[in-house]
Design a protein around this ligand. Structure first.
Ligand SMILES: *Cc1c(COP(=O)(O)O)cnc(C)c1O
Length: 357
């Protein structure tokens, strides 16, 4: 095998560990693994295969994501979080045995106008304050009555806006709104995303929907993944491909934004924004080389980035550089780039080779 310049290693044991952790946090709830957006950049099919025996269902955002999983032989329950928006999609949901989220009244009309033999399994989504998808609490009773006539096994769900902050009062308000809206209607219920799984136990209902935590990043602001018992699944790796001495006063990289404050030894690393490393990572973002933290200097390029290795011992050509993963939390890199772990994971590009370890 030829060594690759930029690669991702996925730890199947960390993925399984995090799924078990989600169950430990919420032992009474069934667990849905959210694997939308190619499992947050990890690969939807491999993640589904690794988690098949660990979780009760999968969720994706869109119909085509669900169909790809069915085509690849995934048999578990799959929930499509955006549901359907056109009549032509309804037969696919039925044929492929997919669950649909119903979030708007026009979708109920589509069901009423579609003469289908079997009835769709649906999750009626209530908007309790996110103000994105979901029916308004005031419409709930009348829409549910119509839905009962054209769908079966109706479940209820909502989504939190601010669950990542333990001090935010909105989460409890959304939860109370959800329970009050459903009242005594029968049907399984689901609220919790990763943040609610770790921080809001009263929101653990029949089904929980874990995304980010499965991949080992922290769903909470100001709390590390490690402190929450989560292990990083993705290790983003590259190599040292050049070493050089930079004299004091000399600039490195595009725009000459970094000028050596003193004589500096730099290493050029074989990954850049063309692989998914954030171009906006600021100078001093850490990169791990031989267990030592080398700090990013200058602008990130498409295929390369540069780090200061002056203080690091014995860095050689070919050494592995870890851009995030074990020993270098993705949440820390996200902070350095003014973004969140979700975007970094989703941003890994197609040329990066993935292997499962
Ligand atoms: C993406 C998503 C989730 C998972 O969210 P995490 O924060 O990644 O756990 C849960 N529910 C819905 C509706 C989602 O869109």
């Amino acid at each position: 095998m030829i060594p690759v310049a930029a690669s991702v290693e996925l730890s199947s044991t960390a993925l399984q560990h995090n799924a078990r952790k989600a169950r430990e946090y919420a032992p009474k709830s069934k667990l849905i693994a959210v694997i939308k957006a190619n499992a947050y950049g990890h690969g939807a099919l491999v993640v589904a295969q690794i988690l098949a025996a660990e979780v009760d269902a999968f969720a994706v955002a869109r119909l085509d994501e669900a169909v790809a999983l069915r085509d690849a032989g995934i048999k578990q329950k799959i929930l499509v979080l955006q549901g359907f928006s056109q009549a032509e999609e309804l037969n696919v949901f039925l044929q492929q045995k997919l669950d649909a989220v119903v979030h708007s009244d026009y979708q109920i009309e589509l069901l009423e106008n579609q003469p289908v033999s079997a009835k769709l399994s649906v999750w009626l989504k209530i908007d309790t304050g996110m103000n994105r998808l979901g029916v308004q609490p005031a419409q709930f009773k009348s829409l549910l009555a119509r839905l009962r006539a054209v769908a079966h096994d109706i479940k209820f769900m909502t989504h939190f806006a601010n669950a990542d902050n333990r001090n935010d009062a909105k989460t409890k308000q959304q939860e109370a709104c959800f329970l009050a809206t459903i009242g005594s209607e029968s049907g399984a219920r689901s609220i919790a995303n990763s943040a609610a799984i770790v921080a809001w136990p009263s929101a653990h209902l029949d089904w929980n929907r874990a995304g980010l935590m499965l991949y080992g990043a922290s769903p909470m602001i100001n709390e590390s993944a490690q402190a929450l018992g989560l292990k990083p699944v993705m290790q983003f790796c590259a190599r040292v491909i050049a070493l050089k001495e930079i004299k004091k006063g000399v600039a490195v990289g595009y725009g000459s934004t970094w000028v050596a404050p003193k004589d500096t030894q730099i290493a050029v690393i074989s990954a850049g924004y063309g692989d998914g490393y954030p171009r906006h990572a600021k100078s001093s973002t850490p990169v791990l080389i031989n267990q030592q933290r080398a700090l990013l200097i200058g602008r990130v390029s498409m295929d390369m980035l540069t780090v200061d290795v002056t203080g690091c011992s014995s860095v050689k050509i070919g050494d592995q550089a870890i851009l995030w993963g074990e020993g270098l939390p993705i949440d820390e890199i996200a902070d350095c780039a003014d973004t969140i772990a979700y975007t970094l994971m989703c941003g890994i590009t197609a040329r990066v080779k993935t292997s499962i370890i």
